[in-house]
Structure formats: structure tokens, C-alpha cells
Design a protein around this ligand. Structure first.
Ligand SMILES: Nc1nc2c(c(=O)[nH]1)N[C@H]1C(S)=C(S)[C@@H](COP(=O)(O)O)O[C@H]1N2
Ligand SMILES: [Mo]
Length: 238
């Protein structure tokens, strides 16, 4: 029996050869090359005050209920175009490999703050889930409702999308700690996205679910994010 046939025959080999896991590995190899890092700072550079912006406390009932018990009952959902959808509690996420980085947050409105973020790299979650070959974007669903009189009256929650290059970037995290303590509600508790090479509005706060999609043309305003639907650029990087 050839080496390849042996691998394909073993149950571990079969698992490794599943289309979705192959797709994830392929995407990772492709995307992890030539990824420049956003500048990282030192502890002394951390801003004494970090401006909260946009929603500072979601009024959503389910969110309020989770907040009362320190989000102990909260489960992040990971699904869409993946082989193995799963749910994860904050304890599950804290048990996964973590990354800490001190970065500068730039808001399109013209202010910047430096903060330290700790969280699970989004690549970890996507690897675990296994991308299907059609996967192209990662969509973040948030708890906070924005303008109920906006483009889609049935759903005005904040949302964002990023491509797989940013999704697998080593500094792209779902952060659960800010400056060494649990992310405060004003800054997106219990989980907020960090996509360090882009502007603040890409960094969805109050993330409740992650959905892998092949496009976002038919979603909401069709431009891939709450602010994008109102005219901001989808790619908010330099
Ligand atoms: N869910 C959600 N995410 C959001 C926003 C928001 O209103 N709701 N505002 C965005 C904007 S414009 C910025 S600058 C940052 C602000 O993050 P901060 O409150 O931690 O400063 O969050 C971004 N993510
Ligand atoms: Mo912003």
C-alpha cells in the first residue's frame, strides 16, 4: 500500500482529507504569506482613557440577561459555510490559544486610542470549524440594534464582514480582555472583533454569532456592514 493510500485509509487520514479541512489549510497557506502586521506598542503607551463609541450598552433583552451573570450563559455561535458548526462559551474561548497585542484604534471620526487586547485568534475558530470551499467572507452578527427606521426595519443590528485575508491575519482576534480585564460593556463585552489594519467601525462589538458566507450582496444594504450600507468604505485599511 502506498503512503497516501495508508493515510486515506486511517480514520485520522480520512478526517484530514475532508474537503472543508483541506480548504481551510489551503486558505491559511495562501493567506499567511506576506501578511504585514499593524504596529504594536508598549504598556507605557496605553491610553489612560479609551473613548467608547457607537453603542455603549445594548438594550437587547437577551444581552441584558447575559450581562447580569457576567456572560456565563453566553454561547458564541460559529456557522455558515463550515464543515463543523459549533458553539463556544467564554470559558471555552479562554481555554483556546490566546494572543495579546497593544495597538492603536483609529476611528473614522478622527480620534485614536491605544489599548491592549487579549483574545482568541479568529483563525483558531475558523480552523476548528473547517471552511467549505465556497467560503469567502466572515460575517459578524452583533447584539446592538441601531436605527430601527433604517434600511431594513426587520433587522437593524450592527453587523460587519471581513475577507479571509483579514480573517486569518495573526492580529485578528475576538477579544475578551481589554487592558488586562474583561472587555467592559462600553467596549463590546463579552467579545469584540479586532481587525488591526482597518478603521474602528470594522471592529464589531457585542459579537453574538459568526457566519461564514460566500457573498453579502443580498444581505441588508448589500455593502457588508452597518456603516458601509450608509456609505462608508467596505475596506477601511490604509
Ligand atoms: N456592535 C457595534 N460595534 C461597533 C460600533 C457600534 O456602534 N456597535 N461602533 C464602531 C465604531 S465607529 C468604533 S470607532 C468602535 C468603537 O469601539 P470602542 O467603543 O471600544 O471605542 O467600535 C465599532 N464597532
Ligand atoms: Mo468609529
Amino acid at each position: 500500500m502506498s503512503g497516501c493510500a495508508k493515510v486515506a485509509d486511517s480514520s485520522a487520514g480520512k478526517r484530514a482529507l475532508q474537503a472543508g479541512e483541506d480548504a481551510t489549510l489551503y486558505v491559511q497557506r495562501l493567506l499567511l504569506t506576506n501578511q504585514s502586521l499593524a504596529r504594536e506598542f508598549s504598556k507605557q503607551d496605553i491610553s489612560s482613557w479609551f473613548k467608547p463609541n457607537g453603542t455603549e450598552s445594548p438594550s437587547d433583552e437577551e444581552y441584558q440577561k447575559f450581562a447580569k451573570t457576567g456572560f456565563a450563559e453566553f454561547r458564541l455561535k460559529i456557522g455558515g459555510l463550515v464543515e463543523h458548526p459549533f458553539d463556544a462559551s467564554l470559558a471555552d474561548l479562554r481555554a483556546m490559544p490566546a494572543r495579546t497585542q497593544i495597538t492603536r484604534h483609529d476611528c473614522v471620526e478622527g480620534w485614536s486610542c491605544i489599548g491592549q487586547w487579549t483574545g482568541v485568534p479568529l483563525s483558531e475558530l475558523l480552523q476548528r470549524a473547517g471552511l467549505k470551499p465556497q467560503a469567502r467572507y466572515v460575517l459578524f452578527h452583533c447584539f446592538d440594534q441601531m436605527d430601527p427606521n433604517g434600511l431594513d426595519a426587520s433587522n437593524s443590528n450592527y453587523y460587519e464582514t471581513i475577507d479571509l485575508t483579514d480573517a486569518f491575519h495573526p492580529q485578528t482576534l475576538l477579544a475578551y480582555d481589554m487592558n488586562g480585564a474583561a472587555v467592559p460593556v462600553a467596549h463590546g463585552a463579552p467579545l469584540r472583533l479586532r481587525v488591526e489594519r482597518q478603521l474602528g467601525y470594522k471592529m464589531a462589538k457585542y459579537v453574538k454569532a459568526i457566519e461564514v458566507v460566500d457573498n453579502f450582496e443580498n444581505l441588508r444594504g448589500g455593502r457588508g456592514g452597518y456603516w458601509e450600507d450608509l456609505g462608508y468604505d467596505w475596506y477601511a485599511g490604509s
